[in-house]
Design a protein around this ligand. Structure first.
Ligand code: AMP
Length: 190
């Protein structure tokens, strides 16, 4: 089983690229953000808990997303692997992921990191807000907080995965097609 991590700041194009990646490599796409938005739409207890944090541009507690990921791993066995999008986002989540995978003798296959400069993040999120209508894309304070949260809590994972020799960075500033080609060239190696 292969476990790819799709990494990068908000607005880097992870969701856009994920669609073609899962299709080409027969992976199951797991976006913790999408799973959380589904819980909110369904009005579940978990959704209610997550909503105020997401609206503030903060992270939901590690245990919540770790539980979501593990339950998808346990229920979806008929795939070549998984594409984790938006998870892990903290060092604690990365360590939990390593422990979950170790139970079945597995490990992270590779991290595909799509990088864009900070000034492009806001531009991309504004563009997406007009298309997808996400509440957390529409508020400037929320966007600022998400960018700060990314730098403070998520960016340290670059060093975490570099240390394990699993980190691969792709320039995300080009067109969707350019970035896709670079991603496929990288993933073909695994
Ligand atoms: P995303 O769709 O990946 O941009 O996620 C939207 C929001 O959901 C984030 O800003 C967080 O509030 C929350 N979220 C998604 N994934 C995680 C995660 N792995 N850990 C904590 N919070 C998350």
């Amino acid at each position: 089983m292969k476990y790819f991590i799709l990494f990068g700041p908000p607005g880097a194009g992870k969701g856009t690229q994920a669609t073609s990646m899962v299709e080409k490599y027969s992976l199951r796409h797991i976006s913790t953000g999408e799973l959380l938005r589904k819980e909110i739409a369904e009005g579940t207890e978990l959704g209610l808990k997550a909503k105020s944090l997401i609206d503030a541009g903060a992270l939901v507690p590690d245990e919540i997303v770790e539980g979501m990921i593990e339950s998808v791993f346990n229920t979806e066995k008929d795939v070549a692997g998984f594409l984790l999008d938006g998870f892990p986002r903290t060092t604690a989540q990365a360590e939990a992921l390593d422990m979950i995978l170790a139970k079945s003798g597995d490990e992270v296959t590779s991290v595909v990191s799509i990088m864009i400069p900070d000034e492009m993040i806001k531009e991309r999120i504004r563009h997406r807000a007009a298309i997808e209508g996400r509440a957390d894309d529409a508020n400037d304070t929320t966007i600022e907080n998400r960018i700060r949260t990314y730098h403070d809590k998520t960016e340290p994972l670059v060093e975490y995965y570099k240390g394990k020799g699993k980190y691969n960075e792709i320039d995300g500033t080009g067109t969707i097609e350019d970035v896709r080609t670079k991603i496929f060239t990288l993933m073909d190696k695994f």
